[in-house]
Design a protein around this ligand. Structure first.
Ligand code: FBP
Length: 334
């Protein structure tokens, strides 16, 4: 099978449907993708270039940073800061928003990113990824925090790159979801998975079971019923998967269906949830909904949430429509 449609061709042909498109978005996306190709190279080389292991520092989340957390953060910033397409950026790895220095032109987009998602898996050679979200912003101005804290429903683009057996890009600009595989020989992402759709039905759930005693009753009930299988009220057996790399769990769900839960829990009242809304939950929610799935906190559609902070955490339940719909109903009847 010869895949001839490159990402650049795909985006340019898509832009032709937007009469007032200036082409800036295509250029911005190309810069993001160039950064991800550089990251793929570092991740793939691993200990050959001494980039595995801890950096011995903590990020704003209080998490011990891996060397690659910092390296990938710097690659994203260095690839985007000079382009003239951005008014600002935000990254999982640093506290404040990243402003564009005065000696570079400013543009009309904001990019938020998790440079290395699933970094707890990097030293054990499991799939990791980069997640990004793009918002429009008032042009040529110094953006305020409010410009960044837009609802997920206002994203113009969301995507992630998974550094796994293949390096793949999954992307939406609000016209469905498409998957591209990096052809290492020519260094181009090729369209290999057009119009990805999530099956509405599934018998596979993903959750970190070790947190079970901290979950709220609706999630306790849902998982209990799945585990009871065909002997229980669901009358069918369920399988479980948990990679602990959001990108990997999401890519599996995009490919064969499933439901992912990182629900609210009462382990630590100061940190009732794990995943960050701006550069994890919102971009994945946009992708999942564009692929025919649902994404909720259990009580609220993720894309309708008014964010209150760049590193705000939210409960995330997403995936195949019928199962997520059942979990929402369990929350409503609780
Ligand atoms: P980061 O690695 O970017 O901090 O992401 C958080 C994450 O690793 C997700 O990728 C994953 O879904 C989740 O945390 C795993 O959590 P846990 O280690 O509690 O199972």
């Amino acid at each position: 099978m010869t895949n001839t449609v490159t990402l650049t061709r795909f985006i340019i042909e898509q832009q032709r449907e937007w009469p007032d498109a200036s082409g800036t978005f295509t250029l911005l996306l190309n810069n993001i993708v160039t950064a991800c190709k550089q990251i793929a190279h570092k991740v793939n080389r691993g200990q050959l270039i001494g980039v595995l292991g801890s950096a011995g520092s903590e990020n704003v989340q209080g998490e011990v940073q891996k060397k690659l957390d910092i390296i990938t953060h710097e690659i994203m910033v260095n690839q985007l800061i000079w382009t003239g397409h951005l008014a600002g950026m935000a990254s999982e790895e640093i506290d404040d928003v990243i402003t564009i220095p005065a000696h570079y032109p400013k543009g009309k987009y904001l990019v938020m990113f998790d440079p290395l998602d699933g970094s707890s898996n990097i030293d054990v050679n499991l799939a990791v990824g980069t997640i990004f979200s793009v918002l429009r912003c008032r042009e040529g101005i110094e953006p305020t925090l409010d410009d960044f804290l837009a609802k997920g429903s206002e994203q113009v683009c969301a995507g992630f790159v998974i550094y796994g057996p293949s390096t793949m890009l999954v992307l939406t600009t609000g016209q469905g979801v498409n998957g591209f595989t990096l052809d290492q020989d020519i260094g181009e992402f090729m369209l290999t998975h057009p119009n990805m759709r999530i099956p509405e039905e599934t018998s596979e759930f993903a959750i970190n079971m070790s947190n079970q005693r901290f979950w709220e009753p609706p999630v306790q009930r849902y998982i209990e019923e799945c585990v009871q299988g065909k002997e229980g009220v669901r009358g069918k057996d369920f399988n479980m998967r948990w990679v602990a790399s959001f990108v990997a769990d999401i890519y599996r769900i995009l490919t064969r269906g499933g439901v992912f839960l990182y629900p609210i829990d009462n382990r630590d009242p100061k940190k009732p949830a794990k995943l960050r809304i701006m550069y994890e939950a919102n971009p994945m929610a946009f992708i999942i909904e564009q692929a025919g799935g649902l994404c909720t906190t259990g009580c609220e559609r993720i894309l309708d949430i008014q964010p209150s902070g760049i590193h705000q955490r939210v409960p995330v339940i997403l995936g195949s429509k019928n199962e997520v719909g059942r979990i929402i109903a369990y929350h409503q009847s609780a």
